[in-house]
Design a protein. Structure first.
Length: 310
C-alpha cells in the first residue's frame, strides 16, 4: 500500500522536470493525480500545448495508475478553480498540491523590463497564491490538506541576474509560512522546498567557461529531478502531517533544513538614537554579524554553481 493511497494530488508544472517526477512518484505511491502543465516554453513566451501534461498522465495510466491532464495556466485563478473541480469530478476530491510550475526571465536588474518582472511574478508568486486560494477553503472544510510550494536559493541567498525570480521565490517562502500558521488548527500544512536539480531551467543557464561546463556535467549525473520530487511527495503524505511551516532544500541526496529569519543582534540606547550615534555606535556593534554578498556552497556540496534556478 502506497503512502498516498486514496489521496488525490494536483501537480502543477507536471509535464517536465521536477513536476513530472512529482506526478509519477505520487502515482507510484497510490495517489490519483491531476497533472497540470501549460506546455509552454521556459520563458512562458508561447501559447503552450496540452501535450506534455497528457503524456505524463498517459504514462501514469499505462503503469496502472489513475491520472488526468490539465493544460491551463496557474496565473489564472478561475482556471485553477477549474483544476480543483476537475479533481473532484474525476476522483472525488483533492488532498494535496505540489506546485513547481515556473518560468525564467533572467536579466540584470538595471536592464530588466516591466514585462520581464511581471511575467515571472505572475507564474511564481501569483501562481502560488492562485493554487492556495483555490484550494484553501476545501482543505479547511475537510480538515485535511497539504501544500508543497517551491522556493529557491536564488531567493534565500540571492543570485545575480534573477531579481524577479528571487523576489518571487522569497515571497513564496513567506506565503507558505503564513498558510501553515493559519491552517494549523484545521490540519492544513504547508512547506516549501528550494531544490537544486538538473532540469531545463538549469540547462538554460549559459556556459561561460570549461569550469562551468564541468560543473554542469556533474549536476546532470548527480543532481537529478527525481530527488527533490521524492522529497516533495513524502511531505504531502499523511505520515508527514506533523511537518509544517518549514523551508527545506534538496541537492542530490542531501536533504537540507534551512534556518528562518530571526534576530541576531539588538542594540539599545535608552536616551534615543541620533544619526551620528547610529553610525558611530549601533552599526559598528552589529557589523561583525553582517552577512556578506557571497552565496556560499550548499550543504554537502563541493562546488557552488553560480546559478542554480529551480
Amino acid at each position: 500500500m502506497g503512502a498516498l493511497e486514496r489521496k488525490v494530488v494536483l501537480v502543477t508544472g507536471g509535464g517536465n522536470g521536477i513536476g513530472r517526477d512529482c506526478a509519477l512518484i505520487a502515482a507510484q505511491e497510490g495517489a490519483k493525480v491531476v497533472v497540470n502543465d501549460l506546455g509552454g516554453g521556459l520563458k512562458g513566451e508561447d501559447e503552450g500545448s496540452a501535450g506534455p501534461a497528457e503524456a505524463v498522465a498517459a504514462e501514469i495510466r499505462a503503469a496502472g495508475g489513475q491520472a488526468v491532464s490539465n493544460s491551463d495556466s496557474v496565473t489564472d485563478l478561475d482556471a485553477v478553480y477549474g483544476m480543483v473541480e476537475q479533481a473532484k469530478k474525476e476522483f472525488g476530491g483533492l488532498h494535496a498540491v505540489i506546485n513547481p510550475a515556473g518560468i525564467l526571465r533572467d536579466v540584470m536588474f538595471h536592464k530588466m523590463t516591466e514585462a520581464e518582472w511581471d511575467a515571472v511574478i505572475a507564474v511564481h508568486m501569483r501562481g502560488s497564491f492562485n493554487v492556495a486560494r483555490a484550494t484553501i477553503e476545501l482543505f479547511r472544510e475537510q480538515n485535511d490538506g497539504a501544500y508543497m510550494f517551491f522556493t529557491s536559493t536564488s531567493g534565500l541567498f540571492g543570485n545575480i541576474g534573477q531579481a524577479n525570480y528571487g523576489a518571487a521565490k522569497m515571497g513564496i517562502a513567506g506565503l507558505s509560512r503564513i498558510i501553515a500558521m493559519e491552517g494549523a488548527r484545521n490540519n492544513v500544512r504547508s512547506n516549501c522546498l528550494a531544490p537544486v536539480a538538473w532540469t531545463r531551467m538549469t540547462q538554460s543557464v549559459p556556459i561561460k567557461d570549461e569550469a562551468a561546463a564541468a560543473r554542469r556535467a556533474v549536476m546532470a549525473e548527480k543532481i537529478r529531478a527525481d530527488q527533490p520530487a521524492r522529497f516533495s511527495v513524502a511531505m504531502v503524505t499523511p505520515a508527514a502531517a506533523h511537518v509544517s511551516g518549514q523551508i527545506f532544500g534538496s541537492s542530490g541526496e542531501n536533504i537540507i533544513l534551512y534556518s528562518q529569519p530571526r534576530p541576531v543582534e539588538t542594540v539599545t540606547k535608552e536616551e534615543g538614537w541620533t544619526v551620528q550615534s547610529i553610525l558611530e555606535e549601533a552599526v559598528p556593534k552589529m557589523a561583525p554579524k553582517f552577512f556578506d554578498l557571497n552565496r556560499g556552497p550548499l550543504p554537502g556540496s563541493q562546488n557552488n554553481p553560480q546559478k542554480q534556478p529551480a
